[in-house]
Ligand binder design. Sequence first.
Ligand SMILES: [Zn+2]
Length: 80
Amino acid sequence: MKSLSPNQNFSLTSLYCSTFGHSFKISNKITNYINEYKCKTCGQEVTNVASGDIEILTFKNREVNACLSAFFQKKLQRIS
Ligand SMILES: [Zn+2]
């Protein structure tokens, strides 16, 4: 795949984040130990994954989280 403008998404906010780091805030709580985070500066979204790493919130990760979240809610309802 040829890309004519690899820096298409380059902006001042992403420059700020790559220099000073993202300032993530929890945007969506999935389970007790998995959350989705959104950078309040550039809007980049990441998530914890089961292995404990942090990954960029891709469409696939979002789907996995949606399943996890539904599963977790059911489990909570059973307990209470
Ligand atoms: Zn950022």
